[in-house]
Design a protein around this ligand. Structure first.
Ligand code: UDP
Length: 192
């Protein structure tokens, strides 16, 4: 995959991110997906830990318009890949391929609402579990045990930037074959 640099962070350019992710899921190749926008790029300048995580992610997509404009100004022909759309597309694919999905983040009840809506929208969608994003250490321990026990194929994490990126980096060893995507505040939007 082609890789460019925005403020020293990688951005991967592909004509079909969904297809690429489907292959990662099929081959059970652990993947961290970062959806990069200008705000995250600016934060990374001050937060070296965040910069390191983005630098190590297997897929960094150009989510924000600012990132795309910057790359175009460098002569690259690049289109935006909105993270919220990519995440929902891969959930739809998961329903078709019987890949299990785990949803983490948002206020209490939000991921449960999203799970219900998606199970109506996407036939046969298997939800391995849901959890809100305001856990204390014992809640986090319980969540980690659930992840380890269920080994979901796809894990969406909406804890906001940079917490979700750092959390994924810290916990991805629990499910080394999963695709993990930081989805920011998307659960609030999907819940409606
Ligand atoms: N959130 C969470 N746990 C926290 C802090 C935030 O689950 O400790 C959730 C919050 O409920 C919201 C999302 O993370 O759903 C952050 O949304 P925002 O639009 O601020 O995301 P960003 O701009 O960082 O993508």
């Amino acid at each position: 995959m082609q890789q460019f640099s925005v403020l020293n962070l990688p951005v991967h350019i592909h004509s079909n991110y969904l297809n690429w992710l489907e292959q990662r899921l099929q081959q059970q190749q652990g993947t961290h997906v970062v959806t990069l926008n200008a705000e995250m790029a600016m934060q990374s300048r001050q937060n070296t830990e965040l910069a390191d995580v983005v630098g190590q992610a297997e897929l960094v997509v150009p989510d924000g318009a600012g990132v795309v404009l910057f790359l175009r100004s460098q002569g690259q022909s690049v289109d935006r890949c909105p993270g919220i759309e990519l995440a929902e597309s891969i959930v739809q694919s998961s329903a078709q391929n019987q890949w299990q999905v785990f949803l983490i983040g948002g206020a209490e009840g939000v991921t449960e609402t999203v799970a219900q809506k998606w199970q109506q929208k996407f036939e046969n969608l298997a939800i391995a579990g849901t959890h809100h994003g305001y856990f204390d250490p014992s809640g986090e321990q319980w969540l980690c045990e659930q992840l380890q026990a269920t080994q979901p194929h796809l894990i969406l994490v909406g804890l906001g930037v940079p917490r979700q990126e750092l959390w994924i980096k810290q916990h991805r060893h629990l499910c080394p074959q999963s695709v993990w995507i930081g989805v920011g505040g998307s659960f609030d939007i999907w819940a409606g």
